[in-house]
Design a protein around this ligand. Structure first.
Ligand SMILES: Cc1cc2nc3c(=O)[nH]c(=O)nc-3n(C[C@H](O)[C@H](O)[C@H](O)COP(=O)(O)OP(=O)(O)OC[C@H]3O[C@@H](n4cnc5c(N)ncnc54)[C@H](O)[C@@H]3O)c2cc1C
Length: 387
């Protein structure tokens, strides 16, 4: 088949890797090149297992990082606790590492088969399929690009993230994102001195309403993520504003203040949101990754499930051969239960992602101390891995 993938992010590249041996694959990516920005993610769960099956786990692992754990800090710079990552790695049977989102993208690009036609600066503006007009038939599906050209295919896979252009068409009434009550920003910058100070532990601030993370991405670069509670009104993507960021997140911790001094003009900044779609395909158009089932950063597994979902789609298409409709139905049957489980875990985390008041902060601090107790640690990590 001729297959067009919209979006050369995590799901799009993983899917192209899997489909390339059997199909003519074109990837249309709106950005001018690989994305440089992004945050440190924990890579475990279904994506890890899928990456093993895909034969790419060593490529990803070689780009990853092993932190010792997290260190909690208050605005005066005092340390209020630590959590070790060891029990988590153990509970995952060693299938766990941290990796920068851009490194996942670069890793997938490094193993991308040369037959894949990957086009950057190719923004899709519209998707058409005979099924959208209610005319079932064998006509091909079409994408329109911002430069005015069009492309026909036997199958279009929308891997264009949580704000997918295709979701409303495939699953009417479900185009908009579902905000989770938070807004998050992240960026990377060079500061070897701060990287050395942060060492092998991530810093997480012990603060109310707003939270900051800072970590050494490598010997010279530092990554930061800043999140705040927001009222869930509207779904429009916020415009990154360096001055606002510096003003609103000042005073969480001295090391976060230093990180704020490095805030660039442009950075990742979005509402923390899920995508919900009761159906993932219609006619010759199918959704994958965040476009289908974004769990939000609250679930801590967006990248993992994006890879696993893409691999599940490729396996289903392989299994059903020329029977496209059956392949798309098999993909949902095989993958929806896991994707929805991860989304539920993201929704459960929403209430305590950042404490809403000093009493809740205190409760979390007490809870952290309990996690340090033998037995409790094992229980908590197992339930985290299973979520
Ligand atoms: C630069 C960047 C930084 C991110 N940083 C964070 C973060 O700090 N915290 C967090 O929780 N999540 C972040 N995310 C989202 C996270 O990476 C995804 O949840 C996860 O990787 C799922 O992968 P995906 O491939 O489904 O979606 P994404 O990784 O979002 O990839 C979607 C891709 O589609 C492309 N695209 C979008 N619309 C179109 C279009 N119309 N035509 C062509 N291409 C299109 C995008 O440029 C992108 O490359 C970030 C995403 C990006 C792109």
């Amino acid at each position: 088949m001729d297959i067009t993938i919209i979006g050369g992010g995590i799901a799009g590249l993983a899917l192209a890797h899997e489909l390339a041996p059997d199909h003519a694959v074109t990837v249309l990516e709106s950005s001018p090149g690989p994305h440089g920005g992004g945050f440190m993610i924990d890579f475990f769960g279904p994506g890890f297992v899928a990456a093993e099956r895909m034969g790419i786990i060593e490529e990803l692992r070689s780009r990853g990082h092993a932190f010792e754990g997290v260190r909690y800090g208050t605005p005066d710079g005092a340390e209020t606790g630590r959590l070790d990552v060891g029990p988590l790695v153990e509970a995952a049977g060693g299938r766990y590492f941290s990796i920068l989102r851009p490194e996942v993208e670069l890793g997938l690009l490094a193993v991308l088969p040369p037959s894949v036609d990957l086009r950057y600066s190719a923004r899709v503006t519209a998707v058409h399929d005979p099924a959208f007009a209610g005319t079932a038939g064998s006509g091909r599906a079409t994408v329109e690009l911002a430069d005015g050209t069009t492309l026909d295919s036997d199958l279009i896979v929308a891997c264009d993230g949580v704000r997918s252009v295709a979701r409303e068409l495939v699953s009417p009434g479900h185009g908009p994102i579902v905000p989770m009550g938070y807004r998050a920003a992240s960026y990377l910058f060079d500061d070897p001195e701060l990287a050395a100070e942060l060492g092998e532990r991530m810093l997480m601030t012990d603060t109310v309403g707003r939270v900051g993370w800072a970590y050494a991405a490598d010997d010279s670069r530092v990554g930061v993520m800043l999140a705040e509670r927001v009222r869930a009104a509207g779904t429009a993507r916020p415009v990154p504003d360096r001055e606002r960021l510096q003003r609103d997140f000042a005073g969480l911790h001295p090391q976060v203040d230093r990180a704020l001094n490095h805030a660039p003009e442009s950075f990742y900044d979005d509402l923390v949101a899920q995508a919900v779609a009761p159906r993932w395909s219609r006619g010759r158009v199918v959704l994958a990754g965040d476009a289908a089932h974004a769990p939000s950063l609250l679930a801590g597994q967006g990248t993992s499930v994006a890879i696993a979902g893409a691999e599940a789609l490729a396996r289903s298409l392989r299994a059903t051969g020329p029977y496209l409709e059956a392949g798309l139905a098999e993909y949902e049957r095989r993958w929806r239960p896991t994707a929805e489980k991860v989304q539920r875990s993201g929704r459960r985390s929403a209430a305590f992602f950042t404490p809403s008041c000093p009493a809740q902060l205190r409760l979390q601090q007490i809870g952290r101390r309990a996690i340090g107790l033998p037995g409790v640690s094992r229980l908590v990590t197992r339930s985290f891995i299973a979520a």
